[in-house]
Design a protein around this ligand. Structure first.
Ligand SMILES: Cc1ncc(COP(=O)(O)O)c(C=O)c1O
Length: 420
């Protein structure tokens, strides 16, 4: 008799997942690989990665987290190992609220926080709760494509506004909001990464923060502020948070410990007025969150682990930014322009002399260095041919000089018409 596995295999093995996916998900299939390397290019040397947006592996607070997890598991009872529903442990949310109140000068409490599975989990929950298919979400461009994936997954009609040195272009936003209103479109959210943006590194200025809130109010649209990098400033902090400026009215903020501490812990949050949070927590049923992770992290915070760690990693990333800037200046300034980011993980680079990003990206991989294509962050393709993103946070600093040298060789090859 034919085995059931063989029958099942015959039924399923030739099928594309697109056949199985629902109408909203099907177009997303295959689009997750914007960060992939070119498949047909073989590197000449072991690849050096300037393409990774995660913390420095040598700066992770492993010992402190180990002590925390031991303390948590040594406690009597099973709190850390059983279902935990609702907004997340009160101590963790109270800690976030106290820090926020002190930093922003606007008093909030733990009721303003819903813990989530990273900030992408936060954004996923927000859009699933608020967005109907066809609703418009306005986003910056370039932007973080992971969030656009979330937006498209719920059938949002995503429109774009450019970013310049002061962040989101509020004049273009006013124009777009006016046009959409005239077309009778329902605009639900304006998505901004207001500090040390991914990928450009820019921060929304105070004047623009005020104007953004005025426009959001006038056109009756909520602001979704992704603060993934807000704590990672190298000189002066970013201007007052949009949520504090608005006293929470009409602003939903997402945050995360992914960039300041570690991406694998998956600890993020939504910060909004408590009545909004109630909507989000009722929309999702997933048997609660990872209690062990949350309680380990709460212990880490309560033992004063975070602030010294943050001070340390700010210094690590400031130094890495400067070192990579120096290495790029020495090797590739003839071929590219960039601005020094005041925080975060990235240089956003514009290629000169007609160099095309696709050619450079491919040739750089052949020479043994990976960077990110601009088109991975520019959904409409505008100017993406001239742009690449270079990330410095994760890469060991000893590799910067060699990575920049390989990048120069790649630029020279492309300029000579000898790219991969
Ligand atoms: C702007 C931005 N938002 C959100 C995320 C997702 O982070 P998390 O690990 O908190 O889900 C990233 C990760 O790269 C990001 O760059």
């Amino acid at each position: 008799m034919e085995s059931p596995v063989n029958k099942l295999k015959a039924r399923w093995s030739g099928r594309s997942p697109v056949e199985v996916a629902n109408q909203l998900a099907a177009p997303l299939y295959g689009s997750a690989g914007e960060w992939d390397l070119p498949k047909d290019v073989v590197p000449k040397a072991e690849l050096l990665y300037l393409a990774v947006g995660i913390p420095d592996a040598s700066a992770l607070p492993k010992e402190a987290l180990l002590e925390s997890v031991q303390r948590v598991l040594n406690k009597p009872g099973d709190l850390a190992l059983r279902y935990g529903f609702g907004q997340g442990p009160a101590g963790l949310r109270d800690w976030l609220a106290a820090r926020r109140s002190a930093e922003e000068g606007f008093e909030v409490n733990g009721d303003w926080y819903q813990m989530t599975n990273g900030s992408s989990g936060a954004i996923d929950l927000i859009v699933r709760s608020m967005i109907d298919p066809g609703d418009v979400i306005i986003s910056e461009s370039p932007t973080y494509m992971g969030t656009l994936h979330n937006f498209r997954g719920v059938g949002a009609d995503v429109r774009f506004v450019p970013v310049d040195d002061e962040g989101l272009d509020v004049q273009a936003l006013a124009q777009l909001l006016g046009d959409l209103k005239n077309q009778g479109k329902r605009v639900k959210l304006i998505y901004t990464i207001s500090a040390y943006q991914n990928p450009t590194g820019v921060t929304l200025s105070l004047a623009r923060r005020r104007r953004l809130l005025e426009l959001a109010c006038e056109f009756d649209v909520m602001v979704l502020d992704d603060e993934a990098y807000r704590d990672l400033h190298f000189e002066t902090p970013a201007p007052i948070a949009l949520s504090a400026l608005a006293e929470g009215w009409g602003v939903i903020t997402t945050g995360t410990f992914s960039k300041t501490v570690a991406t694998g812990i998956r600890i993020g949050w939504i910060h909004a007025r408590p009545e909004m949070l109630a909507m989000f927590s009722r929309m999702r049923f997933a048997m609660g969150q990872n209690q062990l992770g949350l309680r380990m992290f709460m212990d880490f915070l309560e033992h004063g682990g975070f602030e010294p760690h943050l001070a340390h990693v700010r210094e690590v990333y400031r130094r890495k930014r400067d070192l990579l800037h120096g290495a790029l200046k020495a090797e590739v300034s003839e071929f590219m322009d960039w601005k020094l980011p005041a925080g975060g993980f990235y240089f956003w680079v514009t290629l000169k002399n007609g160099l095309r990003s696709q050619d450079l990206w491919r040739t750089a991989v052949e020479e043994g260095v990976a960077v990110n294509l601009g088109s991975g962050f520019m959904p409409q393709g505008e100017a993406s041919e001239q742009c690449i993103r270079i990330a410095y946070a994760w890469t060991p600093e000893e590799q910067f000089a060699e990575a920049a040298r390989r990048l120069r060789i790649a630029c020279e090859r492309v300029a000579a018409g000898e790219g991969a």
